[in-house]
Write a protein that binds this ligand. Structure first.
Ligand SMILES: *[C@@H]1O[C@H](CO)[C@@H](O)[C@H](O)[C@H]1NC(C)=O
Ligand SMILES: *[C@@H]1O[C@H](CO)[C@@H](O)[C@H](O)[C@H]1NC(C)=O
Ligand SMILES: *[C@@H]1O[C@H](CO)[C@@H](O)[C@H](O)[C@H]1NC(C)=O
Ligand SMILES: *[C@@H]1O[C@H](CO)[C@@H](O)[C@H](O)[C@H]1NC(C)=O
Ligand SMILES: *[C@@H]1O[C@H](CO)[C@@H](O)[C@H](O)[C@H]1NC(C)=O
Ligand SMILES: *[C@@H]1O[C@H](CO)[C@@H](O)[C@H](O)[C@H]1NC(C)=O
Length: 309
């Protein structure tokens, strides 16, 4: 038997296949009768219709639980991330003091100009409200009554003083005293805790020189001294930048469309030229962690600053 079937000719195989496709004796198509096929098709149609219905139903049930104004699953970031402007891919601000072109400091000035456009006093007065400094700008809903749209507090560009680009359109870059803006990422409903020894009305930001790891044991260079002195805007007179509590909490883009993040500008004076300098800026708040080794943007940001001449 086995030997016989192995020796089937090509014609025989074609015949058998033809019979499998359509067998006129049993009136079977591909091994099944018409009624058998009809049953199978009916079963699968019903089966997929059921699956579609189940999917639609669970989708609908889930959508019922979603509030269109607040995300259901906020990322539970323990601490907001920090970023700088002008932003560069490598977090480096390196320029030659004599190069005003777009690839020199002109490029940084252009980036700062566009980052600050929405902070123009005229824009802020139009879309923001005057808030009470030093207290949270809470605008809770009362039960089911929505408190929308929520107001946003003005952050005036002019409060950035010498770093506003208004009195000095080059933000100090042309004189080797560059301004850098520090931004904190928005986190919905985040309420920062003040550190009373620093300020009772704001969280504070400060920047320090940081030695690169390779020079950690090198005591001959004082990086703080090389970095010179810094001034911060806005500032409450102490040697720190301030982010007023009135800019918190943030309620999300949908509920608080006009919100603009507070900024702190730091201006570096007297920095050593032709030197790679590393700067670390930190947010000081009771509930912002800035020492997470794994997340170097959590509550802090580090960048390289180098001015050549
Ligand atoms: C913001 O102010 C700057 C400087 O005064 C001006 O050049 C710019 O056009 C203003 N932008 C907007 C959007 O008002
Ligand atoms: C948002 O800004 C627009 C102008 O850009 C203003 O008309 C509107 O009243 C502002 N909304 C709130 C809630 O302040
Ligand atoms: C701001 O700039 C003006 C003019 O250059 C200068 O007199 C003043 O001391 C600067 N302020 C600070 C805090 O550096
Ligand atoms: C904050 O308030 C506490 C208690 O009222 C006070 O002791 C502290 O000096 C205040 N801090 C600042 C920076 O004013
Ligand atoms: C710095 O000193 C410590 C001990 O004094 C040593 O273990 C470490 O390797 C040194 N690091 C560098 C970069 O030289
Ligand atoms: C920068 O250094 C010069 C000379 O060393 C000094 O006169 C000036 O006060 C310093 N400026 C700042 C803002 O520290």
């Amino acid at each position: 038997m086995a030997a016989q079937s192995q020796k089937k000719s090509c014609g025989q195989i074609m015949n058998e296949f033809g019979e499998f496709m359509w067998n006129p004796r049993t009136r079977e198509f591909m091994g099944r009768t018409a009624s058998s096929w009809a049953l199978i098709v009916t079963f699968y149609v019903a089966f997929y219709a059921f699956l579609t219905g189940m999917f639609a139903l669970s989708m609908w049930v889930m959508l019922q639980t979603i509030d269109e104004y607040t995300p259901k699953y906020g990322d539970r970031l323990p601490s907001p991330g920090m970023m700088i402007r002008p932003k560069t891919d490598t977090l480096e601000i390196v320029y030659n003091i004599n190069d005003a072109s777009n690839s020199g400091w002109g490029g940084y000035v252009a980036k700062l100009n566009s980052a600050l456009e929405m902070y123009n006093d005229s824009v802020q007065v139009q879309q923001g409200s005057v808030c009470n400094p030093g207290v949270f700008n809470r605008q809770e809903d009362t039960g089911d009554v929505r408190n929308y749209p929520k107001k946003a507090c003005q952050f005036l560009r002019s409060s950035l003083g010498n770093c506003s680009g208004l009195s000095d359109p080059t933000y100090g870059y042309k004189d080797g005293s560059p301004c850098v803006l520090i931004k904190m990422n928005r986190i919905i409903n985040f309420l920062p805790e003040v550190i009373p020894s620093l300020s009772n009305s704001s969280i504070t930001i400060n920047c320090m020189g940081k030695k690169p790891k390779s020079a950690q044991n090198d005591t001959s260079t004082d990086i703080e001294l090389m970095l010179g002195s810094r001034s911060y805007y806005p500032s409450d007179g102490t040697d720190l930048g301030t982010m007023d509590l009135m800019y918190f909490p943030y309620y999300g883009n949908r509920a608080q469309k006009n919100y603009t993040q507070p900024l702190v500008a730091v201006q570096f004076h007297n920095i050593s030229l032709n030197q790679d300098l590393y700067v670390e800026c930190r947010a000081n708040a009771g509930n912002i962690k800035s020492d997470n080794e794994r997340d170097k943007f959590s509550g802090r940001v580090t960048f390289k600053l180098r001015i050549n001449n």
